[in-house]
Write a protein that binds this ligand. Structure first.
Ligand code: ZN
Length: 188
């Protein structure tokens, strides 16, 4: 049995990976399926987790660190050292609830910008874990929102593309040094 990935939920002085920000083209490229979950991928997972915790994030997708792979890491309980993070390789949405929920989101690739986004309240997702084993998860509330946000990154979609309130969006972007022209609205 493969060992699980051990990462301290603490900040490291020099995060191993650079997080790319809104306007950078790498964020808009669709990610490729991971063919094999191997040690090389697990090293990347570890570096992504260290980078995420160092930036006070609760999720990170490989395209944010310019890696064109269908890989996301999620931890909605970063203060709890005993709760392991979720690693989702090639995640696929099996089901979404009809019920929608509004919640505020932010993104390590758009620092400082926090806005409401409407998403399904609950989801079921299949994926492979860090050991290549097929898994399924049912998630609701913040976990569902976080997984959907990170999965959007795998198709080059950013949460600002899903914000309905364009006035608030433009204000927040401007305030934080980003440009409205870099938003690509999604019609859901
Ligand atoms: Zn994000």
């Amino acid at each position: 049995m493969a060992a699980t990935i051990q990462v301290n939920k603490t900040k490291v002085k020099q995060p191993p990976l650079d997080i790319h920000t809104l306007g950078d083209r790498v964020l808009r490229q669709p990610a490729k399926r991971v063919a094999k979950v191997d040690d090389e991928l697990r090293v990347l997972v570890k570096e992504m987790l260290q980078t995420m915790y160092s930036a006070d994030g609760i999720g990170l997708a490989a395209p944010q660190v310019a890696i064109n792979k269908q890989l996301i890491v999620v931890d909605v309980d970063p203060e709890n050292a005993a709760a392991p993070p979720l690693v989702l390789v090639n995640p696929k949405i099996l089901r979404v609830s009809k019920e929608l929920a509004v919640g505020q989101e932010g993104c390590l690739s758009i620092p400082g910008v926090f806005l409401d986004v409407v998403r399904p309240a609950a989801i079921e997702v299949s994926f492979k874990d860090e050991n290549g084993r097929p898994q399924k998860i049912q998630a609701a509330d913040l976990l569902a929102r976080c997984i959907l946000h990170e999965m959007d990154h795998l198709t080059g979609v950013l949460f600002v593309d899903r914000v309905d309130n364009s006035l608030a969006l433009n204000q927040e972007l401007k305030k934080n040094g980003f440009f409205a022209k870099d938003v690509q609205p999604v019609k859901s």
